[in-house]
Design a binder for this molecule. Structure first.
Ligand code: CMC
Length: 431
């Protein structure tokens, strides 16, 4: 069978150029334009990379029109229903679900790596108490490179895996410590009798002098939130990790740059903004006024937690969390919580509004995760750090895959230059 190609005809010169078409296992085909500049002298222009495939990947598949999200072929609904975050982290990193012995070993290695070097704790004290925990995370995770730099060998598979496991294991400890630091409470060490997610809850909300009460529904809802945020293909923060990593930079530095990218309100920072928005609304009566503002082109306000670059019918993560949201509020006896009522009414009104229907804007994952996290007791400034904790599984898997992929190169986009053309320097006295 003839290989599929696409022909580009240059209308200026009449010249024809063929480019191969690359077929994935699912999803749209891609035009391979790696030889475009060499053959034609043209670059492509795609700000925001809406139509650009930047890498090969076998980790996560998204069909935005159908609302499909799969990790290594397993649907997100299936994983949320049957798996747990640590197993999903293993799946992302290794490509297959672990056998019992493999899981036991991975689990033991992660549990063993949860502590951070005592000296790293001094870093926290250098931050203001009111520093945003994302700022602390950027600094402390980046600083991990100073503790492990000597032991970093990009060319050893075992060493790459070790870096990934370390990051997945230590993020909950660092996130919880940044919280404890912000409220002036004693930082807690991981406990042997707790697993990944319950231990994180303990480190966040436990106190040395009290017995900690674990609520199974809360552990399960948080674990689901972690699974739902574990990876999401080539989004802004993951692409940032890949871009930084493509230079051969240390993985801790690469993940720290991903945390910076995640922080923005158009990406991971949206979950915090959803809560801030709901709280500023105050009552159901204020919703129309906010909807009006969201539609006003002269007003920069956007309805936070609505819309998505890729999902254009529904966000499958939001569907899972919508249900989980009700279960947690039930378990915590918070069903009548005014914020949830407000959120549900906002969802209803927006979904019936022509503006939102036309633009395919519907609640995304952040809309519901914010409500669940608030009910569990996380302050809104901790929402994005939690997203970072979970996404570390995806970032590390993508970083590892990039270094094992023969087609990977240093990421170096080009530009459409619209500035001045060459001109002579004019001495200051003559300007
Ligand atoms: N409220 C009001 N209008 C909106 C919104 C919104 N939340 N989102 C998009 N629009 C409008 C936008 O003004 C534009 O209108 P028009 O065509 O008349 O100019 C149209 O919808 C398309 O918007 P866009 O900015 O071109 O779409 P995008 O794909 O670049 O933006 C987005 C995606 C997520 C940045 C955007 O929907 C947004 O800002 N949403 C609010 C922030 C948010 O919830 N972010 C979390 C995303 S989910 C977490 C994650 O995966 O990272």
């Amino acid at each position: 069978m003839m290989a599929k190609t696409v022909t580009l005809i240059d209308n200026q010169t009449g010249e024809k150029y063929d480019f191969p078409i690359l077929e994935g296992t699912q999803g749209p085909d891609l035009i391979d334009i790696r030889t475009l500049y060499g053959k034609t002298g043209y670059f492509t222009f795609d700000p925001g990379y809406g139509a650009t495939g930047a890498c090969e990947s076998k980790i996560t598949y998204i069909d935005g029109d159908k609302g499909i999200l799969q990790h290594r072929g397993y649907s997100i609904e299936n994983l949320c229903d049957k798996s747990n975050f640590l197993e999903v982290a293993y799946l992302l990193l290794h490509g297959e679900l672990p056998k019992q012995t493999e899981y036991a070993q991975f689990h033991a290695e992660i549990m063993e790596s949860r502590l951070i070097n005592e000296q790293l704790q001094f870093f926290f004290r250098g931050f203001r108490r009111d520093a945003h925990p994302m700022a602390i995370l950027v600094g402390v995770v980046g600083a991990l490179s100073s503790f492990y730099h000597g032991a970093f060998d990009l060319h050893s598979e075992e060493n790459r895996l070790l870096c990934c496991r370390r990051l997945v294991a230590k993020l909950p400890t660092i996130v919880a410590m940044s919280y404890k630091y912000s409220i002036g409470q004693a930082m807690l060490y991981p406990r042997e009798d707790y697993n990944y997610t319950d231990n994180f809850l303990y480190m966040m909300f436990g106190k040395p002098e009290h017995k900690f009460k674990m609520i199974p529904e809360v552990v399960s809802a948080l674990d689901k939130i972690f699974i739902l945020h574990a990876d999401h293909e080539q989004n802004a923060s993951t692409s940032t990790v890949r871009m930084a990593g493509s230079t051969g930079a240390n993985p801790y530095a690469a993940v720290s740059s991903g945390i910076s990218a995640l922080w923005g309100p158009a990406h991971g920072g949206a979950n915090e903004e959803v809560l801030n928005m709901l709280k500023s609304m105050g009552s159901v009566d204020d919703i129309p006024q906010y909807i009006k503002r969201a539609k006003d082109k002269d007003d920069p306000f956007r309805l936070m937690g609505f819309g998505h670059r890729v999902y254009k019918n529904f966000d499958p993560r939001a569907n899972v969390l919508r249900q989980s949201c009700h279960e947690v509020l039930d378990a915590l006896g918070m069903k009548e919580q005014p914020l949830l009522k407000l959120a549900m009414e906002l969802e209803r009104i927006a979904l019936e509004d022509e503006y939102f229907i036309e633009r395919k804007l519907f609640p995304n994952v952040d809309f519901y995760s914010g409500i669940i996290l608030e009910a569990i007791g996380f302050p809104s400034y901790m929402f994005t750090p939690l997203f970072a904790l979970a996404r570390t599984a995806g970032w590390t898997a993508q970083w590892k895959e990039m270094h094992e992929d023969k087609t990977s190169r240093l990421c170096r986009p080009r530009q459409l230059y619209l500035g001045e053309t060459a001109r002579e320097y004019i001495p200051m006295e003559k300007r």
